[in-house]
Design a binder for this molecule. Sequence first.
Ligand SMILES: Cc1cc2nc3c(=O)[nH]c(=O)nc-3n(C[C@H](O)[C@H](O)[C@H](O)COP(=O)(O)O)c2cc1C
Length: 356
Amino acid sequence: MAGNIFGNLFRLSSYGESHGEAIGGVIDGCPSGLELDFEAIQNDLDRRKPGQSRIVTQRKEPDEVQFHSGIFEGKTTGTPIGFAIYNTNQKSQDYGHIKDSYRPSHADYVYDQKYGHRDYRGGGRSSARETAARVVAGAIAKQLVAPMIIKAYVSQVGDLTLHTPYSELDLNAIEANDVRCPDATMASAMEDLIMKVRKEGDTIGGVVSCVIQNVPIGLGEPVFDKLHAELGKAMLSINAVKGFEYGSGFAGVRMKGSEHNDAFNSDGTTVTNHSGGIQGGISNGMDIYFKVAFKPVATLIQPYTTIDKDGNTVETKGKGRHDPCVVPRAVPIVEAMAAMVMADYMLLNQIHKNQL
Ligand SMILES: Cc1cc2nc3c(=O)[nH]c(=O)nc-3n(C[C@H](O)[C@H](O)[C@H](O)COP(=O)(O)O)c2cc1C
């Protein structure tokens, strides 16, 4: 299996399966001398971990990270940072039903077709448990890119949409509820909807919005490696993601150029920010903001029809502990992927700043 490494200079190589011994990674290219806030790293893992509230999967995992290398006296040494998060709460018997049959719209069928032999327990490598490694690397990247600030929140669950722009929201209120939506009334309606869907044994999709503030001008390599192209790849690599848009996104299609253009102030900032902080693939110093769409995930705790390995139709029913809606747990994953891109492009910019 190729493609387990993300990034150019700040690089994460991730490993592990859902019900294997551990999930983990090696971070290559993190500069030396970065004093790490370990509590902040664990806090991001806790925001992603299963079992944290009644609206997410009830698998109980402490998700404690153990670092094996690259850190001395609390600071990075510039050598590879190896880490592991041991799996402690697997219930592999819950997955016997997908050993020989395939959950529609999950990765079971394509893994079997491509690799011929797969670890089906908990979805194996296709499980979003892999994203715990991203969250560790992203939490370190966040500390590297400071004073840039990266904040994500849930802006839609099913049809329930928060239309308020991020600039009018209290982004300090994101963690005030289990949904991670900074509008308390909307959060409560979203929570009710997720609970209703859970009781039906069904799942529902949602949107995570993200904003990056204090971005320096000049990040992004402007032909194939545009900053928004890398952010798009980062977000679209997250399990269950179906869409990415930045700045005005698809809504910009309905505007005229005269409405859409971001007029300059004399200091180079812009009056509006339809560009989403990126022009020509390069950051322009304004906030970067984008949205990520997540599908209603595949595992249903209700009867469904599918096929087995021989193509026979089989009736089955999902078992185990699954997320009825993944966006509350996806918030720290989106932040992590954004942080890794910003760290990578910050380091690339340091190499390229002499107009290389
Ligand atoms: C935080 C998070 C939790 C997830 N939990 C589940 C789950 O409980 N059940 C499920 O079927 N898929 C879940 N997924 C999605 C699957 O991992 C994903 O749909 C699957 O690997 C197939 O990939 P694709 O949807 O990107 O095509 C989760 C995704 C994320 C981001």
